[in-house]
Design a protein around this ligand. Sequence first.
Ligand code: ZN
Length: 141
Amino acid sequence: MNDCIFCKIIDGTIPSVKIYEDENVYAFMDVAPLTKGHTLLVPKQHVKDLFEMPEEVAKNLYAVAPKIANAIKSAFNPAGMNTINNNGSFAGQTVFHYHLHFIPRYDETDGLKFKWETKQNEFTPEVLQQVASQITDSLNA
Ligand SMILES: [Zn+2]
């Protein structure tokens, strides 16, 4: 895509700090890192998000994910790591070329905060079954 910043990074039009590259994927340092080692893994094929990702692109991308995660882990020995992908503006996606964040975690002050407010009371086993049925209906459609 002509105006896609990640396509331009992949083709070298825009410089990046490369971590890894093969015929299908490209991994590079996030220019606005949250922590030391914050890396992005992208498919070379322009794919907007997970919803539009062909199975073959997913296979090639996720096949490399453990290698990237382990390389960051070996380099910096973080306390943990979040791998995050945002799909859609509402979910925080700002570049509309699929990318998987690898964010090594070091301590509580590293800038990434999750606050999960679960709704177990609302989602009874019966409700969960209804929700699951709607999803499986879509899977089988
Ligand atoms: Zn792109």
